[in-house]
Design a protein around this ligand. Structure first.
Ligand code: NAP
Length: 476
């Protein structure tokens, strides 16, 4: 067990503050403590980032890439330590944690290069004595607030483009899983980033967010988390007209049409649904299967689910770890009980357990689901897949779109024509077609409707940290 400290202006800070515990959800053991910072610490971090901005933004993209590439290398060299920290602080199976560290590092590498391709424009003039140009500038000090479910990747997906663009940053990780982020700060220190460029505060989210939102020095807030908190931040951003990027909740539909390859569909739903014990924003939350393949799909799906091993993520053979905490377990239990009360059948799973102090839910397939059930309307965030039988393609599309969320959707069909037509009608920012794992550093990630504003990853990811400056040059 280690007592971690905050990282402000190149110093370890917070020794004299009260601490909060971080517990392993597989065992309920305390695995670390972090200081409970508030407005004062947030303001110190903002001042440090503000002071560092001039020098950092004046470096060339090539110079900044040297720091980022060193950080990328250090992440890979320390993959095992980062992965173990992640697993013990939030329960993810160790192999998934290793995968997340690689995925997280890929954002640092990709954006180190992408900053070299931040092009302005020269626009043809309408008068011979003028030249018209568009310049790109880093937006300024950025505050990044991240969730617990991907403690490394959700952070580097923000840090990579922000730092590459020339911004400095104040990070506030989730209180449930701050330790991976704190280990990343140690690696940033080793990579030699100048002091004040990267700062991290832990503690009261509402107090830290208040300081961030009230500060004129912070020009951008980039947030990943629930739609509920995203809405609070939108309201709080009004007084200083902050630029916001929001990656919020999802409620992904997965559609299996009659002409799907059922084995491919089962592989896809397994990849999408049970990663991170179903606690991902893009995981399939509701499955719509056309009647012609419903029985075959449910049978093969249940068989694959029965092979998953549940347990402590430190065990190499475990596929599904614990849920994040008791509140998470209660939510999943409530969704399952509600579905049963409304006539759903448990095809497999359905059991909560608190073995050895951990909070586990067995991977579950629910049959005969219908729209009256809470799990067909809200993000469950657990290893539970409700399956509803549908008669037509249009019925599946209407049900899929009948939600305020619009993050990810999945479609399984062997027909190019059907797949194209279905996807054209789906209002989701990310679509997997015969594919259950669509994420990558070089593609745009983000949602429509109440799933967010803006995109991370790909070209859009760095634009989010740039201002456009139009320059009209008068000439003799
Ligand atoms: P959350 O409760 O919204 O928390 C996210 C972050 O916001 C944490 O750092 C939290 O800090 C902080 N926070 C909480 N209340 C706040 C407030 N009033 N003001 C400012 N910050 C506040 O979400 P979560 O439970 O960590 O994450 C799960 C959610 O994130 C799900 O809805 C999931 O779909 C979504 N998510 C979306 C994406 C995406 O890319 N779209 C990716 C991953 C997750 P504390 O922990 O210290 O309270």
């Amino acid at each position: 067990m280690k007592n971690y400290l905050m990282h402000i202006n190149g110093l370890s800070v917070g020794e004299n503050l009260k601490t909060q515990d971080v517990t392993n959800p597989a065992t309920n053991e305390i695995v670390g403590t972090v200081p409970v910072g508030g407005e004062d610490e947030a303001n110190q971090a903002i001042d440090a980032a503000h002071d560092a901005f001039g020098e950092w933004s004046n470096l060339t993209a090539y110079d900044r890439a040297v720091y980022l590439k060193r950080f990328h290398e250090l992440m890979l060299e320390n993959q095992e330590d980062l992965a173990r920290t992640m697993t013990i602080e939030m329960g993810k199976p160790i192999n998934e944690s290793r995968g997340e560290v690689k995925y997280a590092a890929s954002f640092i590498e990709w954006f180190a290069e992408e900053a070299k391709r931040v092009y302005g424009e020269t626009i043809p003039t309408h008068v011979s004595g003028k030249r018209l140009q568009v310049w790109k500038k880093p937006i300024g000090v950025v505050a990044a607030i991240t969730p617990w479910n991907f403690p490394a990747a959700m952070l580097t997906r923000k840090m990579g483009p922000a730092l590459a663009a020339g911004c400095t940053i104040v990070i506030k990780p989730s209180s449930e899983s701050p330790l991976t982020a704190m280990k990343l700060m140690e690696l940033c220190e080793e990579a030699g980033f100048p002091k004040g460029v990267i700062n991290l505060v832990t503690g009261s989210s509402s107090k830290i967010a208040k300081a961030v939102m009230e500060s004129e020095k912070v020009r951008k807030v980039t947030f990943t988390g629930s739609t509920e908190v995203g809405k609070i931040l939108i309201k709080q951003s009004a007084d200083t007209v902050k630029n916001l990027s929001l990656e919020l909740g999802g409620h992904a539909p997965l559609i299996v049409l009659d002409d799907a390859n059922v084995d491919v569909a089962v592989k896809g739903v397994m990849a999408s649904k049970f990663r991170n014990a179903g606690q991902t924003c893009i995981c399939a939350n509701r499955v719509y299967v056309q009647s012609g393949v419903y029985d075959e799909f449910v049978e093969k799906f249940a068989k694959a689910v029965n092979e998953l091993k549940v347990g402590n993520g430190e065990d190499e053979s475990v596929d599904v770890g614990p849920l994040i905490n008791k509140a998470g377990l209660e939510k999943v239990n409530h969704h399952v009980q509600d579905a049963i009360d409304k006539g759903a059948s448990i095809v497999t799973g359905g059991e909560a357990s608190t073995t050895d102090g951990g909070v586990f839910f067995t991977p579950t397939v629910i049959g005969d689901a219908d729209p009256s059930m809470v799990m067909m309307q809200e993000e469950t965030f657990g290893p539970v897949a409700p399956v509803q039988k549908v008669e037509t393609q249009d019925e599946a599309i209407a049900l899929a779109n009948d939600t305020p969320y619009g993050l990810a959707a999945y479609v399984f069909t062997e027909s190019v024509g059907r797949g194209t037509r279905v996807i054209e009608q789906l209002n989701f920012g990310i679509v997997g077609w015969n594919e259950g794992a669509p994420s990558a550093a070089q593609v745009p990630f983000g949602g429509m409707k109440e799933s967010g504003i803006g995109r991370e990853g790909g070209h859009d990811g760095i634009e989010a940290f740039l201002e456009t400056q139009y320059v009209a040059i008068g000439m003799e």
